[in-house]
Design a protein around this ligand. Structure first.
Ligand code: HDD
Length: 715
């Protein structure tokens, strides 16, 4: 039993001998104290176990039923608690208290996830990431069940089961786990041109984020804000990470999946535990009702974004995640998001994808959590009162009192009673609806390539290279040639150079596959040929915007905050330099590990320094940067082999590297031949000789940046 006022604290009955020493006794589920938890009840020491052993039966039986079905999608996830605070009242747009009262810190619970993999899959699988926010507002729970990508694969919810069946492991062989690189996915995609815009996003590094805290979040659909006068404004919701949007590279992501399948959840858990909150700003794009048809894309089409150049994002509040859950199952696993959890002042649009979702979420929770009473679980329970005439069902917690469970009911003085809109009762926005019953899509949903082009055109050179490589990787895993070829014809519609480069990796002759109109250009780099391609291709369905700087991760703020650095050491390292570096990193908000040849302690100037990782039990893929301090015997690390691999891998993935004094030898041995001293700074390599503080400061300034200039990288 827990003390309600002090959650987590058991009530200790005064004077009860069972609770001596303030320790909890071990009990059965009905509170009977247990004297022996090591041995089952037997007929004789070597005899059979007795059916009478209810302690054994209760324990095993509870264990046998511990699992619930994993989510049909987004099964793998991690979550954190925090709060949302508004910067300025949005009263002119909405009456929602959470968006008008700047004095309130609204409690939130946010769950991040991958989509396709099962609960035990690796965090760094290439996948769309879920970004589901539950706000416990005074007017009920408001859930923004979004992703880290602003658009979706399909326009109509009726295609969702097909999309997911195609993406999930193939049903006869249950292969591949947490990967879209297989025939059924691309068979579906190649027959579903509306998914081409989303395809560009998922082939970009956005689907291999560096951290949950470095992902954008998007509500995706167009919603409505309704103000107190009943005026409706269309809105899209955004979460903008204060650390900027940053990603891994594919080779690194694959390595991480082996070295630490829990990479993202560990990063968030460790970060929050170390006191670094994860923070985003809530952004809104708004559009007046009268402008609904203003653009050459339909605002009800979830495969289209609203270019920020047309409709800028206004940052209106801050989301802070600063507390890890106490219990994964009770909170992260049992949390139930639902797109229909909205509050007065927020409403839906007619987006057919959203309309279908509005059915699916409650429905899935009923089978996943097993009872309509899932809203009574602590993580799902609103923080405002709940009162209605719904009763009973499996696992009811509330003890409803009195004779009345219906309305109208004079016997209880009409309580609970309906609330008028003037007092905050929810009424749906009275949008006019008129039309014949049809199974059809509006023609305004027909452009499938315009915004895919916009995305491609908005990428930097390295981002384009990564998209090309991702498509080469994924499509090369597709065994059916006809599917690969169909994909190439779609890519050709987006960009000729892109199609050509992917075709080359698939062993398809460009002449076979690409139309004569292909904008080839003479440049041999993606970027060079790009200028020509762009000049030839008009981007449609984007309101006239040809390039959007908001879409490229290159334009994001970056820095050492939230990053992790490997410091390679041995017993002969200059411990003074290690201390200086650790202090500088800590000040900059970065974490670090001392990676040694074995675990143990080094004597530093300010006390012991722990080697918490070994060269064998960790990997450079798990860090954002590597540093090797000096020290008389540090160069002997060179003869151990691994440190060189550590530096070479970090180099390959474009990560900052720093070395001091005697460690310079180690660096020279690890770098490719032919790099001159002058180039080092440009390549993100800090070499310090003598003035260690200056070199450390320079190195810390590079952490958080990737150096794509390093040529011949195979990411
Ligand atoms: Fe969904 C879970 C996001 C389309 C049906 N979805 C789920 C989660 C996220 C999203 C983040 C995990 C929530 C959690 O952490 O518990 N889903 C999206 C986005 C979509 C989208 C951004 C498109 C814009 N989803 C979508 C459609 C359908 C569903 C079209 C069905 C018609 N989604 C579900 C679901 C899930 C779910 C089956 C599985 C587990 C759950 O709901 O709670 O109902």
């Amino acid at each position: 039993m827990k003390d309600e006022k002090n959650p987590g604290q058991p009530i200790i009955p005064v004077g009860c001998p069972l609770f001596a020493d303030n320790k909890l006794p071990l009990t059965t589920n009905v509170g009977q104290p247990i004297a022996d938890d090591q041995n089952s009840l037997k007929a004789g020491q070597r005899g059979p176990t007795l059916l009478e052993d209810y302690v054994l039966r209760e324990k095993i039986q509870h264990f046998d039923h511990e699992r619930i079905p994993e989510r049909i999608v987004h099964a793998r996830g991690a979550a954190a608690h925090g709060y949302f605070q508004l910067y300025e009242s949005l009263e002119e747009l909405t009456m929602a208290k959470v968006l008008t009262d700047t004095s309130v810190q609204t409690p939130v619970f946010v769950r991040f996830s991958t989509v396709a993999g099962s609960r035990g899959s690796a965090d760094t699988a290439r996948d769309v990431h879920g970004f589901a926010v539950k706000m416990y507002t005074p007017e009920g729970n408001w859930d923004i069940v979004g992703n880290n990508i602003p658009v979706f694969f399909i326009q109509d919810a009726i295609k969702f089961p097909d999309l997911i069946h195609a993406a999930k492991p193939e049903p006869d062989r249950e292969i591949p786990q947490a990967a879209t690189a297989h025939d059924t996915f691309y068979d579906f995609i190649s027959l579903t041109p509306e998914s081409m815009h989303m395809l560009m996003w998922i082939m970009s590094d956005r689907t291999i984020p560096r951290s949950f805290g470095m992902m954008e979040g998007f509500g995706v659909h167009t919603f409505r804000l309704i103000n107190a006068q009943g005026k409706s404004t269309f809105v899209k919701f955004h979460w903008k990470p204060l650390l900027g949007v940053h990603s891994l590279v594919w080779d690194e992501a694959q390595q991480i999946a082996g070295h630490d399948a829990d990479f993202h959840r560990r990063d968030m858990w460790d970060g929050i535990k170390a006191g670094s909150a994860f923070e985003w700003e809530l952004g809104i794009q708004t559009l007046a009702e009268a402008d609904e048809q203003k653009f050459d894309f339909d605002i009800l089409d979830a495969t289209k974004l609203w270019p920020e150049e047309l409709l800028p994002v206004r940052r209106v509040g801050k989301l802070t995640l600063d507390r890890n859950p106490d219990n994964y199952f009770a909170e992260t696993e049992q949390v139930a998001f639902n797109t229909t959890n909205i509050v007065p002042g927020i409403d839906f649009s007619n987006d057919p994808l959203l309309q279908g979702r509005n059915f699916s979420y409650l429905d899935t929770q009923l089978s996943r959590l097993g009872s309509p009473n899932f809203t009574e679980l602590p993580i799902n329970r609103p923080r405002c009162p709940v009162s209605n005439n719904q009763r009973d069902a499996h696992m009811r917690h509330t003890i409803d009192k009195g004779r009345v469970s219906y309305a109208p009911a004079s016997l209880d003085g009409h309580s609970p009673d309906e609330v008028t809109p003037a007092r905050g009762g929810f009424v749906s926005y009275p949008a006019s609806v008129d039309g014949p019953k049809v199974r059809a899509r509006s023609e305004s949903f027909n452009d499938h390539y315009g915004q895919a082009k916009l995305f491609w055109n908005s990428m930097s050179g390295p981002e384009k290279e990564h998209i090309v490589k991702a498509l080469q990787f994924e499509l090369s895993k597709v065994e059916t040639r006809a599917v690969r070829q169909r994909m190439l014809t779609h890519l050709q519609q987006i960009n000729g150079m892109l199609a050509e480069q992917v075709a080359a990796a698939l062993g398809e002759l460009p002449a076979d596959q690409l139309s004569a109109a292909s904008p080839r250009g003479t440049a041999d780099s993606v970027e060079g040929a790009e200028q020509l391609a762009n000049a030839l291709s008009e981007t449609s369905a984007s309101g006239g915007v040809q390039q959007s700087s908001a879409l490229s991760m290159e334009n994001q703020p970056r820095g050492p905050k939230g990053r992790k650095v490997a410091i390679l050491v041995n017993a002969d390292v200059d411990a003074g330099q290690v201390s200086l570096l650790k202090q500088a990193l800590q000040k900059a908000g970065a974490l670090s590990d001392l990676v040694g040849p074995h675990l143990g302690t080094l004597q530093g100037p300010d006390g012991p320094l722990s080697m918490t990782k070994t060269l064998a039990n960790t990997s450079p893929a798990l860090y954002d940067a590597v540093f090797v301090p000096g020290g008389a015997g540090i160069a002997t690390l060179k003869h151990k082999g691994d440190p060189q691999v550590f530096l070479a891998q970090a180099y390959k993935h474009g990560k900052p590297i720093g070395v001091l004094d005697e460690a310079i030898d180690l660096l020279t041995a690890a770098l490719p031949d032919g790099i001159s001293g002058k180039e080092l700074t440009d390549l993100g390599i800090t070499v310090g000789h003598g003035d260690s503080q200056q070199a450390i400061d320079q190195f810390v300034g590079t952490v958080g940046t990737r150096y794509w200039k390093r040529s011949a990288l195979d990411q």
